[in-house]
Each structure stands twice: as structure tokens, then as C-alpha cells.
Design a protein. Structure first.
Length: 379
């Protein structure tokens, strides 16, 4: 890390990224810092609807409004190139870099390049991917001007360092709906959230559970308070939560992907995920609770009817498939769904096969995970 960024510069940058989860007004300044670290000319943080070629979340730094409008007119082309890369990329961690992954004559044949990149003197574009569903992609897009040249191994290594922290901040912002929490009204703000939130110290001692978390901390639940110490019921989840809390207490820059999305339920059960946010790395987060080193956000299963409607709209499910899916997402078995809807077991299997084919999934657990991602963020 020292060859890329000094500790003096790296630690505060990670701290500001995590501060954005609780105070989204800081994203613009933080994006400017990230842009400068990459020697970028401009930067965009976006959530892209790949089917309708529109931006659902759009924050940018370094763009004049008229040039952003011109760029957005080329979203169809941009999304097509991104989709092509994601179809063959070895992992979501691999950035899409124009100078490396597009033909050499792209600047000549691409309307986007001719209309926007060339007039602005942009030599290269990096796409760093934060999240992906079958229909949506969240990414960080960094433009490199000709005076700095194309992206090098340095930028790729920087991306590997920063991506886990950016993903954590964006993921938790999704759970919170990027809601600013005022420390003067901490309990009220946390209790208003539909997701569970638990503040802990270094030992994992529960300092403050919000109202939703209190309902989860019960015997037999995925999370428990064992003598006042937070524990996950499943051993693998318990180990990862413990490791994430220790990283959060000792060095948040080293947390990486640990605690980013801890599955609290068994593989065949409805998924419930925990996301660990370090709390001791900045004054902004310490204001919430002076002794807290970690905040654990737990996403609850979605409302099955709303989830089925969201998936039906995104994947063009029929009315019968939507009714079937809503019952399946409620936790019923295939046989129970058939009985409840008064349909033959063979019809239920047909509906299941159609839903799997349209959504690109193959298990009920994958459907639940997709539903959690597709629903509007918790209010």
C-alpha cells in the first residue's frame, strides 16, 4: 500500500468513504478525493438500470452540466460495452478499462468517443464495479485526461485497495436509503429504520440495539446476545462477524471484504445478511456512540408481495407467475404453494421453471436474494 498511497493519505480517505454512509452530503467531497487519488479528470458514482438505459443514482465531480447531458445521451452504447465486459470478466473485481478492452479504433467508430471523450481530451475511462444484479449495475467511472495518459497497473492496484471499502459504504447506504443519522437523536433515528442495527464495542458487547434488532436478538434467531455479547447462530457467520468487529476496532483500512455481507441464515433458508460498518475511524462516526467500534446492519427479508411485483416488472412475469412467486417468497414449499393456489403440482413446477428462466436464477434462495436487491431501499 505504501508504494501507492501513504498511510497518512489512505486512512483518512477510507474514513471519509465510511462517513458517507451516515452523512450522504459528504459524497461529493469524497468522490473528489477519490478522483484525485486516481489522477482522474472527472468521476461518476452511479446505479444504472441496464434495461431502460437510465441512471437511478447519479453523482459526479468534474463535469460541466452540458457535457454530462451529452454523455447521458450515449448511455445505450456505454451500457452495451459494460454488459459485454461483465459477461466475460473473471470477477466483479476486474475493472473495465477502455484502453485495454476496446478496439484501438474505438475513438474513430464510437459515437460516444467522438461526441464526448475526444473533444474533452479524455485518453482513458475506467469502470469500477460495486454491485451487479441481472438488471442493475452500480459503478464508479473515472476519466483520465491525455496529460496523464491511460490507466496503468497503479490504477488497477488502487482499485483493488479501495473497492471493498466503496462497496461496503454503498451497500450500507442501500440498507439505510442513504439516510443521515443525527447523533443528537441517535435512538430515534435508529429505531425508525426497518433494518436491524446493533452497535458493539471491541469485544462484541451490545451497546445499543435498535427496535428491529431487539426482535432479532431472541433464542433461536440468526443473531443472539450471549451474556450481552453479540453472536451469530451459525459458526461461520459468528467467526466472520467477530473478525470484522476486531478489524473495525484495530484498523478499518484492513477490513477488506470481511463483514461486507455476512450470511446469517442457512443456505436453504431465506437469506438474511449482516453488514459491518467500522465506527471508530472518524469523529463523525464516533459521535454516534463514543464506545462503539462497529455498527452491524441486518437486512430483513422483503415483503413478498412487493418483492414479487418488483420482480414481475423487471422480468416481465405473467400474473400467474407473480402470484406464484409471492407465495414462494413467503417461505412456503412448492407443494404448499400449489395447495394454497389450488393448482396442480405440475403447474407449480412449470411456474417455478419459468420464473427461474426469466430471472436467471436456479434456487429459491437466489430468488429471495434477488428480491432483496430489487426492492426500493428500506424507509
Amino acid at each position: 500500500m505504501t508504494s501507492l498511497l501513504s498511510e497518512r493519505r489512505f486512512s483518512p480517505l477510507i474514513g471519509t468513504i465510511y462517513d458517507c454512509t451516515l452523512d450522504p452530503s459528504r459524497w461529493d467531497a469524497t468522490l473528489a478525493d477519490v478522483k484525485d487519488v486516481f489522477d482522474g479528470e472527472s468521476i461518476i458514482l452511479s446505479l444504472n438500470d441496464m434495461r431502460s438505459d437510465r441512471l437511478l443514482i447519479d453523482r459526479s465531480v468534474g463535469w460541466m452540466p452540458e457535457w454530462r447531458e451529452r454523455r447521458d445521451r450515449h448511455l445505450t452504447e456505454i451500457h452495451a460495452r459494460v454488459s459485454e465486459w461483465l459477461a466475460v470478466a473473471p470477477s466483479l473485481d476486474a475493472p473495465f478499462i477502455a484502453s485495454r478492452h476496446l478496439p484501438a479504433d474505438n475513438a474513430v467508430v464510437s459515437p460516444y468517443a467522438k461526441d464526448v471523450l475526444v473533444p474533452l481530451g479524455i485518453a482513458d475511462v475506467m469502470h469500477l464495479f460495486l454491485m451487479q444484479t441481472p438488471t442493475h449495475v452500480s459503478e464508479l467511472v473515472i476519466m483520465h485526461h491525455q496529460r496523464y495518459g491511460v490507466a496503468t497497473e497503479r490504477e488497477i492496484e488502487l482499485a483493488a485497495l479501495l473497492l471493498p471499502h466503496l462497496r461496503r459504504a454503498v451497500t450500507i447506504s442501500q440498507v439505510l436509503e442513504a439516510k443521515t443519522i443525527e447523533h443528537r437523536r441517535l435512538a430515534d433515528a435508529l429505531d425508525a429504520l426497518s433494518c436491524g442495527v446493533v452497535l458493539t464495542d471491541k469485544r462484541g458487547t451490545v451497546l445499543h440495539p435498535n427496535r428491529a434488532a431487539e426482535q432479532m436478538l431472541c433464542p433461536g434467531g440468526p443473531l443472539q446476545s450471549d451474556g450481552g455479547v453479540l453472536r451469530a447462530r451459525h459458526p461461520a457467520a459468528a467467526r466472520e462477524l467477530r473478525a470484522a468487529i476486531l478489524h473495525a476496532a484495530e484498523d478499518e483500512t484492513a477490513i477488506g471484504a470481511t463483514g461486507l455481507a455476512v450470511r446469517l441464515t442457512a443456505s436453504d433458508d431465506q437469506p438474511m445478511l449482516a453488514h459491518v460498518l467500522p465506527m471508530a475511524g472518524s469523529d463523525r462516526r464516533r459521535e454516534m456512540h463514543p464506545d462503539a467500534v462497529a455498527a452491524i446492519f441486518v437486512g430483513q427479508p422483503p415483503d413478498e408481495r412487493e418483492a414479487a411485483k418488483a420482480l414481475a416488472t423487471a422480468f416481465q412475469l405473467t400474473h400467474a407467475e407473480t402470484r406464484f412467486l409471492a407465495n414462494l417468497l413467503s417461505g412456503k414449499t412448492l407443494a404448499e404453494v400449489a395447495t394454497h393456489l389450488d393448482i396442480a403440482p405440475s403447474t407449480a413446477k412449470t411456474h417455478l421453471g419459468n420464473v427461474f428462466a426469466k430471472t436467471g436464477t436456479c434456487r429459491q434462495a437466489d430468488l429471495m436474494r434477488l428480491a432483496m436487491q430489487m426492492l426500493p431501499r428500506a424507509r
